[in-house]
Design a protein around this ligand. Structure first.
Ligand SMILES: *Cc1c(COP(=O)(O)O)cnc(C)c1O
Length: 219
């Protein structure tokens, strides 16, 4: 199957209220353009430098999403153009995004990354930390960031019940967040291996890499 066929097949499967982020990390400009020509405009990357290079090379109507772990010293490079930062996992990082967005005279949309998986290698806030953040007055002071929703990754496992349980937890934290923060409307959950479960559990945004572009070179 070609990249174009894969995108069309996935788009035909997902409901209208779920958006598709085509995860293009490690993939070439030519491969991204093949997806672009099907009408796909939202692409996800996990390295700031690689994303910035692609942003400068490729059409300017592409929306670039940062889906990976973000180091604070890299925020400035994407602040001029990034459309959504999915992996915000600390207040310190939010403050840095706010500072860089202010310099660019813009507001940057962010998702709070929640730790829902069993593996402790995955980043994110836990439920208690989320509640503390929502209760603190500091969020309102960050005028150049807009919290658009939550993001999370389930455990990498074949156990459907476990993935379902983790996505349900994320959905419930999303509902809590929505009540506190106006403007929260995005729940980024689901990847190639689990997006069907994620959609059943209320995802509004899926991040698909290998099912579109094929396996990634890991070197
Ligand atoms: C790489 C990546 C994806 C896409 O993974 P696939 O399994 O290839 O679909 C989604 N989300 C995040 C955070 C990633 O790093």
């Amino acid at each position: 199957m070609s990249i174009a066929d894969n995108i069309k097949r996935i788009k035909a499967q997902i409901p209208d209220n779920v958006s598709l982020v085509a995860v293009s990390k490690t993939k070439s400009n030519e491969e991204i353009m093949e997806a672009y020509h099907t009408g796909q405009r939202v692409f996800g990357e996990n390295k700031v430098q690689e994303m910035t290079q692609k942003w400068s090379d490729l059409p300017k109507d592409i929306e670039w999403h940062m889906i990976g772990h973000v180091q604070r010293n890299k925020v400035k490079y994407m602040a001029p153009y990034v459309a959504l930062i999915h992996g915000v996992d600390s207040l310190k990082l939010l403050r840095e995004i706010n500072k860089q967005a202010q310099k660019e005279n813009r507001q940057i949309a962010c998702l709070l990354q929640m730790h829902i998986a069993e593996e402790d290698t995955k980043f994110g806030f836990d439920e208690k930390e989320l509640k503390a953040l929502l209760d603190s007055s500091e969020l309102q002071d960050l005028e150049h960031v807009r919290i658009a929703g939550l993001m999370g990754m389930a455990t990498f496992t074949d156990n459907t019940a476990q993935i379902q349980k983790e996505f349900r937890l994320l959905k419930s934290m999303y509902e809590t967040t929505k009540k506190v923060l106006p403007g929260v409307s995005q729940l980024s959950m689901g990847m190639s291996g689990d997006y069907n479960i994620a959609i059943e559990e209320g995802s509004t945004m899926i991040r698909i890499g290998s099912s579109i572009f094929g396996a990634r070179n890991t070197t």
